[in-house]
Design a protein. Structure first.
Length: 124
């Protein structure tokens, strides 16, 4: 599991904001069995929950990694990536401002030259 900041940054019952691009995330190496190339680093921070929905910020830097997705909608707030959908033999290029839906169980390969940072929304 990637590095995580303790606690939610936007807990229920409080009107607050977070500078999603400026937030310092505690980056850690991606596990060896998920790394395809490079020396990728990742981190995430939970923002808060709304009902049965979890929100957070996730970042990946410098490399290619594999993942099996959960149901998720995300918005890219920094950087870019090329996402290969392994079982579908297709790819998607995403960058700042893109809104993406990922389906649970999709096997992906993320290629990140510099970094990508996204705000994600997923079932809790």
């Amino acid at each position: 599991m990637s590095a995580e900041i303790a606690g939610e940054l936007l807990p229920s019952g409080m009107n607050q904001h977070v500078g999603g691009s400026e937030l310092e995330l505690p980056l850690e190496a991606v596990p060896f069995d998920e790394t395809v190339s490079g020396k990728p680093l990742q981190a995430f921070v939970p923002l808060g929950t709304i009902g049965d929905v979890e929100t957070g910020i996730w970042e990946l830097r410098g490399g290619t990694v594999t993942d099996t997705e959960v149901d998720e909608i995300f918005v890219v707030i920094e950087g870019s990536a090329i996402i290969d959908f392994v079982d579908e033999d297709r790819r998607m290029e995403v960058g700042v401002g893109d809104v993406v839906r990922l389906v649970a169980g999709s096997r992906t390969r993320w290629n990140v030259q510099d970094r990508i940072r996204k705000v994600y929304i997923t079932p809790a």
